[in-house]
Design a protein around this ligand. Structure first.
Ligand code: NDP
Length: 337
C-alpha cells in the first residue's frame, strides 16, 4: 500500500521476507544463503533498524554481481581447541556463517563456561545484535565485533583509518528481553549518515568532517570526508580494540587491508568477525541473575534512564507491518529481482 506522502509504502514482514528471498535467489544466491539473508534483513526491518534492512540490498546485490561475494557459500566450522572455534565463511555473506556457527559456540560456552568464535573470509553488512541476542537468548553473555573499511579518523587525525567498527554486547535475563547494546564506534553508523543524506536531514555537530577536514553537519559532505570516533580518544581506543579483535585475532583483514583488496562495488568489504560467549551459570555466583535484576531495577529508578535494546524491542513487539518502506528503494529492489 502506498502512503499519503507517496514516498513510502507499507509492507508486512512476510512480504518483506519473500521479496528478499526472491531478490537474492535471482542474483546468484542458493536457498540457504537467501533464507539466512532474508531472516537478517527482515529482523532489521521488524526492529526499526532500517539502515541495516532493505536499504542494504543494492549493496549486497552489487557484490554478487561483481562476483566479489560467493552467493553459494558453504561455511565450515571447526574446533581449534575445546573452546576456540573458527568458521571459514567461504567468501560468503555473514548471515549463513552465523547461522551455521552460533549453535556450536553456544554448545561450547554452555559446557565450558567460555568460548570464542572467529569468523573469517566473510562479508558483514548487517547489525550485530542478531548474533549477540541469539547468545543471550541461550543464557550466555555475548560480545561481537567486526571491522570495515577506513571511514573514521583516529583521535588526533583527520584521515580515515578505522572502520566504523561496531561492537555489541548482550546480557541474558530470565523472563525479559536481554540487555543489548550494539553500536558503531564512529559517532554514527555510516548507514545512518547515508540515510540522512538520502532524506535531506542535518546531523549533529561531531559526527564527521568534510573533505577539507572542516566540521560540518551536512551528511553528504561527511560522506565525502571522514567520520569521527565517538567520545574522542576513548572511542578511538575502543575502535582500535575492535580492529585487533576482528583482524588481529581472527587473522582476517584490518580495515586498511580490506580497502586494498576491495573492488568498491558498494557492498561490504571482506573481513572477520570475533565473538565471545560466556556462561554466567558457570562463571558467576548462583544468585547472579537476581543480583543483576536488582542492578537493572536500581538503574531504571533514575530519571531519564532506559536500558540499551529496550527501544528496539518495544518496536519489535508493536506491529507486523512496516509502514515507512522507502518507495524508491522498493522499486529498485523489484527491478533487481
Ligand atoms: P545507535 O547510536 O543508534 O545505538 C547504539 C546503542 O545505544 C543501541 O544499542 C541503542 O539501543 C543504545 N541507545 C541509544 N540511545 C540510548 C539511550 N538513550 N539509553 C540507553 N541506550 C541507548 O547505533 P549506531 O548508529 O552506532 O549503530 C547502528 C547499527 O549499525 C548497529 O546495529 C551496528 O552493528 C551497525 N553497524 C554495522 C557495521 C558493519 O560493518 N556490519 C558497521 C557499523 C555499524 P536501542 O537500539 O534500544 O536504541
Amino acid at each position: 500500500m502506498v502512503n499519503d506522502n507517496n514516498k513510502s509504502i507499507e509492507l508486512s514482514l512476510e512480504e518483506i521476507k519473500s521479496l528478499v528471498i526472491r531478490v537474492f535467489s535471482n542474483n546468484g544466491c542458493d536457498i540457504n544463503n537467501s533464507n539466512a539473508l532474508a531472516s537478517t534483513i527482515t529482523a532489521a526491518e521488524r526492529d526499526g533498524a532500517s539502515s541495516h534492512g532493505l536499504f542494504r540490498i543494492p549493496g549486497y546485490i552489487a557484490s554478487l554481481v561483481s562476483k566479489k561475494v560467493n552467493g553459494k557459500s558453504n561455511p565450515v566450522v571447526k574446533n581449534k581447541t575445546n573452546i576456540i572455534l573458527e568458521c571459514d565463511a567461504d567468501n560468503g555473506f555473514a548471515p549463513l556463517a552465523l547461522e551455521k556457527s552460533l549453535p556450536a559456540l553456544v554448545n561450547s560456552a554452555k559446557n565450558n563456561g567460555i568460548s570464542t568464535l572467529s569468523i573469517k573470509n566473510c562479508y558483514h553488512f548487517a547489525a550485530l545484535w542478531p548474533e549477540t541476542e541469539f547468545l543471550a537468548k541461550n543464557g550466555l553473555v555475548g560480545i561481537a565485533c567486526t571491522a570495515y573499511k577506513p571511514s573514521v579518523a583516529p583521535a588526533g587525525s583527520k584521515e580515515p583509518f578505522f572502520g566504523t567498527n561496531p561492537i555489541s554486547m548482550a546480557w541474558p535475563r530470565d523472563n525479559h528481553d536481554p540487555v543489548v547494546f550494539d553500536m558503531a564506534t564512529a559517532t554514527m553508523a555510516k548507514g545512518e549518515v547515508m540515510l540522512a543524506a538520502r532524506d535531506g536531514h542535518e546531523l549533529p555537530e561531531g559526527v564527521g568532517l568534510d573533505s577539507k577536514g572542516n566540521i560540518t553537519k551536512d551528511p553528504k559532505e561527511i560522506l565525502k570526508g571522514v567520520l569521527l570516533p565517538f567520545g574522542g580518544y576513548k572511542g578511538s581506543a575502543i575502535s582500535l580494540m575492535v580492529e585487533l579483535f576482528a583482524a588481529g585475532l581472527t587473522g582476517d583483514y584490518f580495515s586498511y587491508e580490506a580497502e586494498l583488496s576491495d573492488n568498491n562495488d558498494g557492498g561490504p568489504p571482506k573481513g572477520g568477525e570475533f565473538l565471545l560467549a560466556m556462561n554466567p551459570d558457570i562463571i558467576a555466583d548462583n544468585n547472579w541473575n537476581n543480583h543483576c535484576e536488582n542492578f537493572f531495577s536500581k538503574i531504571k529508578t533514575l530519571d531519564g534512564v532506559r536500558l540499551p535494546g529496550e527501544r528496539r524491542h518495544k518496536i519489535r513487539n508493536q506491529t507486523n507491518v512496516i509502514r515507512n518502506v522507502n518507495k524508491e528503494l522498493y522499486n529498485k529492489i523489484n527491478e533487481l529481482c
